[in-house]
Ligand binder design. Sequence first.
Ligand code: HAM
Length: 429
Amino acid sequence: MSKSLQAIRGMNDILPEQTPVWRYFEGTVSRLLDNYGYKQIRMPIVEFTELFKRSIGEVTDIVEKEMYTFEDRNGDSLTLRPEGTAACVRAVLEHGITGGGQVQKLWYIGPMFRHERPQKGRYRQFHQIGLEVFNLDGPDIDAELIIMTWRLWGELGIRDAVKLELNSLGTSESRGRYREALVEYLSAHHDKLDEDSQRRLKTNPLRVLDTKNADTQAVLVDAPKMADYLDDESRAHFEGLKARLDAVGIPYVLNPKLVRGLDYYSKTVFEWVTDKLGAQGTVCAGGRYDGLVEQMGGKPTPGVGFAMGIERLVLLLETLEQIPEEISRQVDVYLCAFGEEAELAGLALAERVRDQLPNLRLQVNAGAGSFKSQFKKADKSGALYALILGDDEMAQQVVGFKPLRGQGEQQSIAWDALAAHLATCVVQG
Ligand code: HAM
């Protein structure tokens, strides 16, 4: 017997009963971003592998272990994007839209790919909504990004379940000095470090701060602190950000061990985390990357951004039962017609109603069927009302109007009056 076809592990179908929540989430975020003046950009899903190596960093987990990389028919090494920042920077540079200090406030949405070990909240194909701002170097824009997400959590009803963690990595000079001090300290305790941290000490020492190993964590207690190595400029930037968050009343926790898994960050880094989802609790993360554009061949251009994981936020909405009831109803009105003549009249009537009420979600029964079976389908569709066209209604040029949820008798409505009547009883999105 042939093996049944299956989706790739860690890559999920999003089934019709799940898509209303996704669309609700995506719609809420995109409206918010429009309102703050951000513009959407769409980049390809596949890029040259070199792009990610140069931006994310050669010795990060993503580039070392997690990329979906393949050779195409021309022999070029291509990679399914593991994140959006690199491609966004490539796109703005390629099209010259950040030249001459032009400010760009951009956002994107789409699938990303990382070959991680799948578990709840961690997938191999996952979806992000990301946002990148170019040519603004002050803490005011870092604050705006965080304020915007705070508003989003409020609109979604999940504010109490998320916590903001903040850190500053400083400029690359101050980070360099800190790295030296950290390496010196950790090297003196080399034998007490776990194997992974010993390796990271050589390749990417700041990532040792991120360790989950208890022995290494114990060594880190007395390690030099990043905050003591910040230069004046980074310190002032960080203070400016905190003052703005305080002004708006956004609580945060300072986490000196927050270093992020991508190498391009400088100064501000932040993560929104929840304890409601188990191990994969970071729902949104980002920071400033003032050196990245230059590193990728552009003029010095400050940048800052973040990305949120849609799967994790959808899971959080579900876990906290914060899904508005009306979003799962996809049909307002269901039209049942009995007999061929009624079916033809019903089709024409439905189109006339749609002309007048373009936002009405009107479903016309397909596949004929008895009174009982059409009614069953009307009910199952979730519609609020059924419209009925049978012999009697045809003779009188009316339609039966029957409430399906709750009280109310069936009434007869003249065909010409139907749209006006529906407009009074259905709230249209
Ligand atoms: P990141 O921290 O790698 O940052 O990912 C951002 C978010 O994507 C995470 O906080 C998480 O919610 C979600 N995410 C990441 N990996 C997975 C996964 N395997 N399964 C499910 N969700 C996942 C970035 O990608 C940066 N490009 C963010 C950024 C934009 N920084 C500046 N601009």
